[in-house]
Design a binder for this molecule. Structure first.
Ligand SMILES: CSC[C@@H](O)[C@@H](O)C(=O)COP(=O)(O)O
Length: 365
């Protein structure tokens, strides 16, 4: 994608393999700041504090973090310890575990002296794979948008959180079909849920759609149902942090309410679901997906730029009020019209997932 007209990925390695560079997403949309990650600790902080966030990007970042850690200790113990530290940074998006599993499977059989270089190369492969997957999701999702465009002309899409190129390495998951439709000349409008408490919609999705020149409006999280009732939304596309073997979808808190509103209003609700987000070991998302509980401060405080240009954080909740801050919720498969995967659009059903991704099936049940 492009920032100020220049092509960019969200993460890129230094030529000497000593570090990687990321966009610090906690500074957007007010400041565009890049920073370097050179130690395992840097990677842990970047993921935990959400300088990088979004399921696919967390996975790729962890892969690079493992590669950097192996430069100091490439032994079996070093590999296991670094992997455990990275895995502990965030609990919900399964891409993190997936990327670390893929890395470990590749590295364990290798001579210790070769591991660090091999790990760096493998992390690069995972980054490229993510781009290819999102590109394919874009091509598959484009067909949905094109069909609506044929019927109606302008297509209005609602999205939640940031499942844009900032959540991945490039293209994004939910935004890939939107960017492909834009390239195809389809007239589009995107409603962007602000996505409290961290405002990934208002701060990140709106910023990136603006950079790409896509028509959009930020709406408060409670507005989507109203707009759907009045025929304003043709299609909902969201991302996923973990898709179960049965097609339940865990995504940013508030996604479930949008799915309910979509169902009640006959609006198709699609989930852009890369295979790296599928957890074939989980069958009941509501019961079994670990939901990250984040700090109360994300709810009690808001950060923004004042009219005279200062960045300020202010309290919006009374002192003394307690806070709950679950970061994700689960949308049951019955509310999902379809999963837009890199292998096509499939029903959110166990048989369809197993048929599309047979190599990912696990034997547990
Ligand atoms: C494709 S990444 C998942 C996204 O769909 C997004 O909605 C999301 O939940 C990201 O969560 P975040 O907490 O910002 O890492």
């Amino acid at each position: 994608m492009r920032v100020d007209g220049k092509p960019l990925r969200t993460i890129w390695p230094a030529a000497d393999e000593s570090r990687v560079t990321i966009i610090d997403q906690t500074r957007l949309p007010h400041e565009f700041v890049i920073c370097e990650l050179a130690t395992l600790g840097d990677f842990e902080v970047a993921i935990r504090e959400m300088k990088v966030r979004g399921a696919p990007l967390i996975g790729v970042t962890a892969a690079y973090g493992l590669a950097i850690a192996l430069r100091d200790d490439p032994s079996d113990t070093g590999l296991a310890a670094a992997s455990a530290r990275l895995l502990a940074t965030r609990p919900t998006a399964v891409n993190l575990a997936w990327a670390l599993d893929v890395m470990r499977a590749d590295l364990f059989g290798l001579p210790i002296a070769e591991r660090a270089a091999a790990a760096f190369a493998k992390a690069g492969e995972l980054a490229d794979l993510d781009v290819a997957i999102c590109d394919a999701i874009g091509a598959n999702g484009l067909a949905l948008i094109a069909k609506i465009a044929q019927r109606k002309g302008r297509v209005s899409i609602l999205t939640h959180c940031n499942a844009g190129w900032l959540c991945a390495v490039d293209w994004g998951t939910a935004t890939a079909p939107i960017y492909k439709a834009q390239e195809a000349g389809i007239d589009l409008h995107v409603y962007v849920d602000e996505t409290r408490p961290r405002n990934q919609g208002a701060s990140l999705t709106a910023w990136e759609l603006g950079q790409q020149g896509v028509s959009h409006q930020v709406i408060v999280d409670n507005a989507g149902g109203h707009i759907m009732q009045h025929g304003g939304v043709d299609l909902v596309i969201v991302g996923t942090d973990r898709t179960t073997a049965t097609g339940d979808v865990c995504n940013k808190i508030g996604t479930y309410l949008k799915a309910l509103a979509a169902k009640d209003n006959g609006v198709p609700f699609y989930v852009a679901a890369p295979s790296s987000s599928i957890d074939f070991a989980i069958f009941d998302g509501v019961r079994d997906i670990p939901i990250e509980e984040r700090s109360a401060r994300e709810v009690t405080h808001m950060r923004g730029r004042t009219d005279d240009g200062r960045l300020e954080t202010v309290r919006i909740v009374p002192e003394g009020s307690r806070v709950a801050n679950p970061a994700f919720d689960v949308t049951p498969a019955r509310l999902v019209s379809g999963l837009i995967t890199e292998r096509g659009i499939i029903p959110a059903r166990r048989e369809a997932l197993a048929t599309a991704f047979p190599e990912r099936l696990v034997l547990v049940e």
